[in-house]
Design a protein around this ligand. Sequence first.
Ligand code: NDP
Length: 481
Amino acid sequence: MEKLANFIDGKYVAPIKGQYIDNFEPATGKVYSLIPNSDEEDVQMAVNAAEKAFPIWSKMSTEERSAILVRLSEGIAARMDEFVQAESKDNGKPVSLAAHVDIPRAVSNFHFFATAITHFSSESHYMDGIGVNFTLRKPLGIVGCISPWNLPLYLFSWKIAPALAAGNCVIAKPSEITPYTAYLLGKVAKEAGMPDGVLNILHGLGGSVGDAIVKHPKIKAISFTGGTKTGEYIARTAAPMFKKLSLELGGKNPNIIFADCNFEEMLSTTLRSSFANQGQICLCGSRIFIERPIYEKFKEAFVNKVAATVVSYPSDPQAKLGAVVSEPHMEKILSYIELAKKEGGTILTGGVKEQLEGDYEKGYFLRPTVIEGLAFDCRTNQEEIFGPVVTLTPFDTEEEVLAMANSTQYGLSATIWTENLTRAHRMADEIQAGIVWVNCWLVRDLRTPFGGVKASGVGREGGLEALRFFTEPKNVLIKYY
Ligand code: NDP
């Protein structure tokens, strides 16, 4: 069976203790590779390599660093099919999704930050009669990047690219559930001419290698995307060491549909915003609020489409949904469906596993599920399920829907469907979220700030925000009067 390796100091190396973890293929439920079960000794080895590399990388001209990152981006694009197949196999998502979303976006992430850094400028503040302040932006040193399993290379590169572009050395850990494309990345970085030790990729469990990254005193910042509970633990551990923290956490996003919306466009986008990637996107709109005059019309049209959605093995070109990422995650989603029933919900469609045959009979496939009749403040409507499950709730007024939308501990994103311009502005202003889409969903401009409020996180990724996070400002005042 294939054994993956850590990528440290420009080389693939086995974990020091020689221990491995099983890597499952979600579509078959079978183990198909082994990944290093790394720990603090492997982290130390990576820190040693990164310390050696930092003076080289941080002093390299911006143009040279940029050129290496452009080549890295092109290197992934040149191996598009290898990355697409690997991502789909490792995560369970349809091949078509990995081909259209995940891997192209990883290519764009590297390309975007490779070029963004060449436009990054700092501020100066003139003082009458005194002189001028200017603010230098220096890389932090060694930084840790920890990412989740839902959009593996997409979110991994979203952190690594700005960290590297800003001149930092990186110690990165993908989710142990989806390690494969991060594993492939080491080879591409090497071929792109990245100096040894600049990018180190470690595999293993959050509680051991992830924790060792968070606790290492020489790692100056942690950029983390994952669950709110893990984020809370990381904040508690890293804050006393005065590390910089960027935390992108969970969501329970409202999708608010007014009766005056463009119905057909809303309907097809709502199918995607509910179930893309098996509902395992932190931005999915899992709570759908519908203005009462179109509630029944929406319900009928939506449920018909959801019931007709093809759930199949990832390489099936007909598949709109693939497998969810793991057996424990599938069980968690099913337990929430049971909870919804206990809380008085009615399952309008789905609520069960999709049983495939042959090689896929033990895969983790679920029917997309629509539930109605739940109170807005019940657990099903307050807790993150992170699967193909949405709830429908009618509303009568803007005030009412705002109160329901803002009632959770989360505040990542929100979607609003209306043709009424002033209402769209009013709602966008009042909604508690870091990202608001009006009449669209998941349309991303990489220059914009990305992140959530409340328990959805701290700090912002994207564009200049990410470059600012990965640099330390140093103000210099030159007095010349
Ligand atoms: P987890 O929080 O379980 O894990 C995220 C990463 O952190 C994994 O690499 C994990 O490793 C690691 N980890 C776990 N425990 C620790 C620890 N003690 N110290 C350091 N690292 C640790 O999240 P999931 O992987 O389950 O991802 C799903 C979550 O991510 C959802 O809540 C989702 O909303 C959120 N998310 C947020 C996004 C955003 O931008 N706000 C975007 C995408 C997802 P391991 O896999 O070994 O446990």
